[in-house]
Design a protein around this ligand. Structure first.
Ligand SMILES: [Zn+2]
Ligand SMILES: [Zn+2]
Length: 823
């Protein structure tokens, strides 16, 4: 029996062992954020997940990638502030509570409705937190500042204070103007929350009578808006309409006379070239009405039905009114043609339902005047990957109207405004030293005199809430104690990192940059990491197979978080969606077994004191040089916070090189059971195996934090791998032997092939073999590895040798004596 016994006792790495480690992490200082640390602070502006039941694959990958970045930065020597944030404000929970309980928000007492939402969120939060924990996502705690809920009084007080600040700076105004209205959500939404979908529609061709001239042909997909028609546009160069200039056209059914106006927005090549312009038809119509000072008519009301302006169609739902009007137009002979067409329909980003333009009184935050500054900031901020900056630039170039921030919803941060009962002046509280959370819909204001008229007649509280982006856009500021902890804010402001999905660049990233600039005059972020694959608001991968994608957490239980995290890193090439495959995950989990097995094997041998590189055997120098080249390859990728290629490289090195060849090759020397090697050679082997294993575990630690930590604790440091530094390039580790790496590995493969083809076990001996003279430094290890009695170089003179062509190598062979010795 060997005198060597593995110091790692457990024979198998079990996913269940991960949970034990997590408990240990919570008791140790590794993840505590220390404001007084001498290290530079690095704040991860955690995307507060919106809670909605079990996690999806995209979400799992997204959050584990962010955790990987936090761990990497910590190992690089930053003081990492990685708070847990939970986004709880906003529509989705309201809609869910309404649907699940069959109630209507506006018909339920507000306090009661809020409590129902809160209870629902608390349930979802438990699921989310358990999943984070299980995945090894280790947020820090800093008293209680290290975590936040966007609906907590503390968070909302900061949101309100920042609003009062920009109100005082004159950046907020009230306006009655048409804007995107979502019927499903029952509120105005911002342009950033509108997306366009193509939909098939029917174009109806109708005549508009013109006195004394031929009627004008109009093509419209929305005849139900006829009652809101304000003008007919024709192109100034369109010769068909020269004589129509200054005339009016009669809108059928409603008999309204509207002016015929020359405008370059009419497209001559489109149908008859004449364009019906309706109030609030789309953004272009809204602009046209403003440009030509036309009197707008609202055809659609905020509940999705036709207004009184629609005459006999009043009260009908939009789609029903359209059907009826088409019928009536046909009856009266005005509709002369119909054809199928494709239409770009503006949709609400959250509810995925079509929106309409409806005029409402809303509060607007100025944003148009900040675009130039934000463009400058966009160019000056570091982006990972660099090309994702363009998503932001494109959006900045599309912003044309200010940001409506008031919402007619309940579960959000209240707009801290009261209106004077005497003069209706809107009054905000003063900003004091203490942060206050205001609920104007049920509270009296913290003042009793109107600053405008001086009346003390009382105030009426605002009952609207903010767009939730008003809250989440200051998550980065919240994470460093903005308005709560000046010292923290000063120390942490310049190094906040924003990780996020690319689908919310125009919302979360954009609003964060805008708001931080308005509040501080500075860029919000030190660096911005935009996840390459598409994730939706819930962090869910937008894959076509989404509907079929099984929830991932049961697989985490089965295969382990480490495997799931490595799987995500391996799959997440930039720009590709993640499609979950249990087969591939199971394959990755075998890698964990492999890693555990080699670590356990290596654990049989003592960890020698440091040995100088040049005192190692040439083969051992070669191994460390290979390990060093791995580090050289992965560091540039790690530095752009992309762990996809590092994951591939680390796995390849560990499995295909280290486990398959090196561990096998050094076994003989490590045991030295036949006294073939000198003691120094044996120690050199032990040393190099441990050194390489340290590099592998440290390099893999951010991606697969559990197994690497366990191995490190068992073998090298009871404080674990996460307090170590990330591997760096060691310039002294250079060996010319790397030139022969392929030859050495393929020579091994040649011996295995020979034994396999001759039905021999790998342990069975060979009496004599010839290998390439270049492999002289390896000869003793190769000899021990393949149990070769006599190893020689070059080509044998005798002809009783078998020539084995090396796999994957041109013109390289080994020769093996064909008379096999008996075991
Ligand atoms: Zn909606
Ligand atoms: Zn007043």
């Amino acid at each position: 029996m060997s005198k060597y016994k593995p110091s790692i006792e457990s024979k198998r790495w079990k996913p269940a062992s991960e949970a034990e480690l997590f408990e240990q992490w919570n008791k140790e200082p590794t993840y505590e954020f220390d404001l007084n640390s001498k290290k530079r602070i690095y704040t991860v502006d955690t995307p507060p997940p919106y809670l909605s039941g079990p996690m999806h694959v995209g979400q799992v990958v997204h959050y584990t990638q962010i955790d990987t970045i936090a761990r990497y930065r910590r190992m690089q020597g930053w003081e990492v502030n990685f708070p847990l944030g939970i986004d709880r404000n906003g529509l989705p929970v309201e809609v869910r509570v309404e649907k699940e309980l069959g109630i209507s928000m506006h018909e339920t007492p507000r306090e009661e409705f809020l409590n129902l939402c809160k209870a629902r969120l608390d349930e979802d939060e438990i699921i989310a937190l358990a999943a984070f924990k299980r995945l090894g996502i280790q947020f820090n705690t800093y008293e209680d500042e290290g975590s936040y809920r966007t609906d907590s009084p503390r968070y909302r007080a900061v949101t309100q204070a920042t609003f009062i600040d920009i109100w005082n700076k004159g950046l907020v105004y009230n306006d009655f103007r048409p804007n995107n209205w979502c019927f499903e959500c029952g509120t105005t939404i911002a342009d950033a929350e509108v997306e366009y979908r193509e939909r098939s529609t029917v174009l109806s061709y109708i005549y508009f009578e013109v006195n004394g001239l031929d009627p004008i042909e109009i093509a419209t997909s929305r005849p139900e808006l006829l009652c809101a028609c304000g003008a007919v546009f024709v192109h100034p160069d369109d010769e068909r309409y020269t004589s129509y200039k200054g005339k009016t056209a009669k809108v059928p059914i409603f008999d309204i006379e509207v002016p015929i106006i020359e405008s370059p927005t009419a497209q001559m090549e489109f149908g008859s070239g004449a364009l019906m312009v309706c109030s609030y038809g789309d953004q272009a119509d809204v602009m046209a009405f403003r440009d030509f000072a036309l009197r707008p008519i609202a055809a659609v009301s905020s509940d999705g039905t036709m207004t009184n302006a629609a005459g006999s169609y009043a009260g009908m739902r939009i789609a029903d009114a359209r059907k009826q009007i088409i019928e009536d137009l046909k009856q009266s002979g005005v509709l002369f043609k119909q054809e199928d067409s494709i239409q770009r329909v503006p949709m609400c980003w959250r509810s995925r339902t079509p929106i309409e333009f409806i005029a409402m009184d809303e509060y607007y935050v100025k944003q148009v005047e900040f675009i130039d500054e934000l463009l400058r900031i966009a160019y000056e901020t570091t982006f990972f990957p660099n090309h994702h900056r363009q998503i932001l630039i494109d959006w900045l170039n599309r912003v044309t109207v200010d940001w409506p921030v008031s919402r007619r919803r309940f579960y959000g941060t209240e707009i801290p405004i009261w209106y004077c009962k005497s003069c209706n002046e809107a009054v905000v509280p003063e900003l004091g030293n203490e942060l206050e959370y205001y609920q104007p819909w049920k509270e009296d204001p913290p003042f009793d005199k109107c600053p405008k008229c001086g009346a003390r007649d009382g105030f009426k509280g605002e009952d609207r809430t903010f767009d939730t982006w008003m809250d989440s856009s200051i998550s980065g500021l919240q994470a460093i104690g903005y308005l709560r902890n000046d010292e923290f804010f000063k120390k942490g402001f310049d190094t906040v990192m924003r990780p996020q999905g690319k689908d919310i660049v125009r919302t979360w990233l954009y609003y964060s940059l805008l708001r931080t600039y308005q509040l501080t005059g500075k860029p919000a972020f030190f660096e911005v990491w935009v996840s390459g694959h598409v994730v939706d608001e819930n962090g869910e991968a937008m894959s076509k197979s989404k509907g079929n994608s099984p929830p991932p957490m049961p697989f985490v239980e089965q295969y382990g978080a480490d495997a799931m995290r490595l799987y995500g890193a391996l799959e997440a090439g930039h720009g590709s969606d993640i499609r979950f495959s249990e087969d591939r995950l199971s394959g990755v989990s075998k890698f964990m077994t492999k890693l555990w097995n080699i670590a356990r094997f290596i654990s049989m041998f003592p960890v020698p004191k440091e040995i100088e590189f040049k005192k190692l055997t040439p083969v051992d120098q070669w191994i460390l040089t290979e390990a060093n080249e791995l580090v050289e390859k992965i560091l540039p990728e790690c530095d752009i916070l992309d762990f996809h290629k590092p994951a591939i490289e680390i796995r390849g090195f560990t499995w295909n090189f280290f486990a398959d060849h090196i561990v096998e090759m050094l076994k003989g020397r490590c045991f030295n059971s036949e006294g073939m090697f000198e003691e120094a050679e044996q120690k050199s082997a032990w040393y190099v195996l441990h050194e390489a294993l340290k590099i592998i575990t440290r390099a893999l630690a951010p991606i697969s934090p559990f197994i690497t930590d366990r191995i490190y604790r068992e073998l090298y440091d009871k404080n674990g791998v996460h307090v170590q530094s990330y591997p760096s390039v060691n310039n002294e580790w250079k060996s010319a032997l790397v030139e022969f790496t392929d030859l050495a590995l393929q020579t091994n493969a040649g011996f295995w092939k020979f034994k396999r083809e001759n039905g021999l076990s790998l342990r069975q001996g060979i009496s004599e073999a010839y290998i390439s003279p270049s492999l002289e430094p390896w000869s003793k290890d190769i000899q021990a590895m393949h149990a070769i009695e006599a190893i020689r170089f070059g080509k044998p003179e005798a002809d009783n040798f078998v020539e084995i062509k090396l796999p994957e190598m041109e013109n390289e062979v080994i020769y093996i004596l064909s008379t096999l010795n008996e075991e």
